[in-house]
Design a protein around this ligand. Structure first.
Ligand SMILES: NC(=O)c1ccc[n+]([C@@H]2O[C@H](COP(=O)([O-])OP(=O)(O)OC[C@H]3O[C@@H](n4cnc5c(N)ncnc54)[C@H](OP(=O)(O)O)[C@@H]3O)[C@@H](O)[C@H]2O)c1
Length: 333
């Protein structure tokens, strides 16, 4: 089958188009014919070698963390899916590989695709949708009447997180540039801050939750918009010791995580704020709940651009530039 692979880690090295063997199908997995694959910053970070400590992959590696497609075969123990089903997923770490014609996905990580959106739209959802869900529902337990600050509202995570937070009944503040202000408002953002001309720290006060996706300076500033008892959840680092335990990282990696996060943890503790790092995980059950919200019209996909399969490197370069409005998707068939 045709696939795009990482042969050697390297800053901004391209993926190589290659002919690869079909994925091996385990008893608890479903073989999916890929129709569309979403592109994520995580793909670039893995390609560049930045995730070697957290996700020690063996090369060559087929990249790609989001899929929408059709079931072609199921493993011996699979019960919920059959050939012909239209599905979507964020495959598990170490079983990724959606920049390909076929991918094997664990049954527990898969869900039936929402029936009111296209394959390309469905492929844009899983990783960012699950990130928003795991941050706002699982970690923050965000609820009616609370205030949440979601950074970069026009990005892949931001566009989904704004809509989910509104569905949960929260007041949403977000940052974006002038060109994307109308987009984030249309998604439900109540307070829109142009990060090029305004300082969010001067505008926001007494927030319950911040979803941080930017740099260390923004993370520090975020502490000052939260109230005592508030929660600072970061998806852009630094990883904390709880995360190290969760992924059963070796001792020295956990020590590195402890050191990297000690500053922000100490400052947060001093202000009575909870700091946690989130690295999203595959989860078919949560994806099914997201499907319901999409079918009910509470969440809609936001797609910036669809690239043909042969332009996978161009699609990644577009995401790398950091200006995507919503998601970038590769049409595989
Ligand atoms: N830990 C996890 O599980 C996890 C999961 C998903 C993503 N992430 C990470 O979260 C980050 C965001 O991911 P993403 O997929 O949402 O990225 P993305 O879609 O590539 O983000 C692009 C968007 O960011 C906006 N932006 C850029 N600089 C900004 C700034 N200083 N302030 C506000 N907005 C800004 C841009 O808007 P303008 O063009 O208007 O500037 C653009 O719309 C990445 O670092 C990614 O790796 C982590």
């Amino acid at each position: 089958m045709k696939a795009f692979i990482v042969e050697r880690y390297g800053k901004k090295r391209g993926l190589r188009p290659a002919e690869m063997p079909h994925p091996d199908l385990r008893d608890d997995e479903v073989l999916v014919q890929v129709h569309a694959a979403g592109v994520n910053q995580l793909d670039s970070k893995i390609r560049d070698g930045e995730f070697k400590l957290i996700l020690p992959y063996r090369l060559p590696l087929i990249l790609g963390h989001d899929v929408a497609g059709v079931v072609v075969k199921v493993g011996a123990r699979v019960q919920q899916f059959k050939p012909g089903d239209e599905v979507y997923a964020r495959p598990d770490d170490f079983r990724i590989g959606t920049f390909a014609e076929l991918v094997a996905v664990k049954e527990d990580s898969l869900a039936i695709k929402p029936d009111n959106i296209t394959m390309e739209e469905a492929a844009s959802i899983p990783l960012v949708g699950l990130t928003a869900w795991q941050a706002l529902v699982e970690k923050a337990r965000l609820g009616r009447g609370q205030k949440v600050f979601i950074q970069a509202g026009s990005g892949g995570v931001g566009t989904l997180a704004i809509q989910l937070a509104k569905h949960l009944g929260a007041t949403v503040a977000t940052t974006t540039s002038t060109a994307n202000a109308a987009l984030v408002k249309s998604l439900g953002a109540d307070v829109v801050i142009d990060y090029k001309t305004q300082d969010f720290e001067k505008v926001l006060r007494d927030y319950d939750v911040v979803l941080n996706s930017q740099d260390g300076r923004t993370l520090d500033k975020s502490l000052r918009v939260l109230k005592r008892g508030g929660k600072l959840i970061s998806i852009s680092g630094p990883p904390d010791p709880d995360f190290g335990r969760e992924i059963a990282a070796p001792g020295f990696v956990r020590l590195v995580m402890w050191l990297l996060s000690s500053g922000i943890r100490r400052k947060a503790q001093g202000l009575g704020i909870g700091y946690s790092f989130l690295f999203m995980k595959a989860n078919g059950a949560q994806l099914r709940l997201i499907t319901r919200l999409i079918e009910a019209g509470a969440i809609r996909p936001v797609i910036d651009k669809v690239f043909p399969f042969e332009s996978t490197n161009e699609a990644m370069a577009y995401v790398d530039a950091g200006r995507a409005r919503g998601k970038v998707v590769i049409k595989v068939r």
